[in-house]
Design a protein. Structure first.
Length: 121
């Protein structure tokens, strides 16, 4: 059975979508003023290394490894709540708390009967 697009978990996406979301997260964290400027040197350093002519080993593998390591470290060292906030904004998932007001009371007249059918393409 194929899972509809809007019901997939973030790990169900394609490789390229995950890579794109990874770089979106880095960009959002980079722009966030709550992130330390010293921490922002990690992705900047990886980009400088990527374009520098100095290579340690096989150029492509080495550059991708350094880029991955420094961006991973940047995300891991950033405050967890800020990272989660940006991850939710990228995935389009927003969390809210239930507000339970005693003033809002639903009477039997307000309730309507309905049927629900699951529709999968």
């Amino acid at each position: 059975m194929k899972i509809p697009e809007n019901m997939r978990s973030p790990k169900d996406g394609s490789f390229f979508r995950n890579v794109a979301e990874h770089f979106q997260l880095i960009w959002k964290l980079w722009q966030d003023p709550r992130i330390s400027p010293l921490l922002k040197l990690l992705p900047l350093g990886s980009i400088i290394y990527l374009i520098s002519p100095l290579d340690m080993a096989i150029p492509v593998i080495d550059d991708v490894g350094v880029l991955w390591f420094f961006t991973y470290l940047f995300i891991e060292l950033a405050p967890e709540d800020i990272v989660e906030e940006h991850r939710r904004s990228i995935s389009g998932t927003y969390y809210a708390t239930w507000k339970d007001d005693d003033e809002t009371h639903i009477s039997e007249e307000d309730v309507q009967d309905a049927e629900f059918k699951e529709k999968f393409n």
